[in-house]
Design a protein around this ligand. Structure first.
Ligand code: ADP
Length: 169
């Protein structure tokens, strides 16, 4: 739990898998906020490549050298989880106008549900503006190398997932 004066932010997402775009956002947020919680959303309705537990372990490992970053998983309503952590800031990334269109509505809805809960947007680094987890999955499912898109060490894990599922077919 954060201390009274600490300014903390929650970065919620699927991170299936974590990309270089996500990691860049986490690093930048850690320079602005005292603590960054990376929140892996448990979504039982969505089929995922990595389990929530796997994603938490992977992100913890990748962010272990960034001070004051904590990786957690959560289920249920985002506003409830924020209340539980005592957090009043949400972090979201903006790659393009499509992200903006979608994210601004979610941010406004959250404020209605929980007045005082502010969403902070960080624009993507140009190098990663095209990048999404779904693109990584698509390339990997076709047997492509995703090492230019994900932090070091994740590409073999992604490849292994598709290798395994191909063998299982
Ligand atoms: P979700 O399924 O909740 O959209 P994602 O894991 O896809 O979760 O993304 C989490 C957040 O990270 C979103 O705010 C998304 O806009 C942002 N994001 C995703 N990819 C990038 C990127 N390449 N650069 C910056 N932000 C990104």
């Amino acid at each position: 739990m954060k201390s009274a004066k600490e300014k903390a932010i929650l970065y919620p997402g699927s991170f299936d898998p974590l990309t270089l775009g996500h990691l860049d956002l986490i690093r930048r947020a850690a320079r602005i906020f005292d603590r960054v919680y990376v929140g892996v959303l448990v979504n039982p309705h969505k089929k995922s490549l990595f389990s929530v537990e796997e994603r938490v372990i992977i992100i913890r490992n990748i962010t272990k050298d960034i001070p004051r970053v904590e990786v957690v998983s959560f289920s249920g309503l985002l506003v409830d989880f924020c209340r539980q952590l005592g957090i009043s800031h949400i972090l979201r990334g903006l790659r393009d106008s499509a992200d903006f269109e979608a994210e601004i509505k979610v941010a406004q809805g959250l404020t209605v549900l929980e007045p005082g809960l502010d969403t902070v947007f960080l624009g993507t680094d140009l190098r990663y503006a095209f990048l999404s987890s779904s693109m990584v999955r698509e390339v990997a499912s076709g047997g492509g190398d995703v090492s230019a898109f994900v932090p070091e060490g994740i590409a073999p894990l992604v490849a292994e997932k598709y290798g395994k599922s191909r063998k299982a077919e």
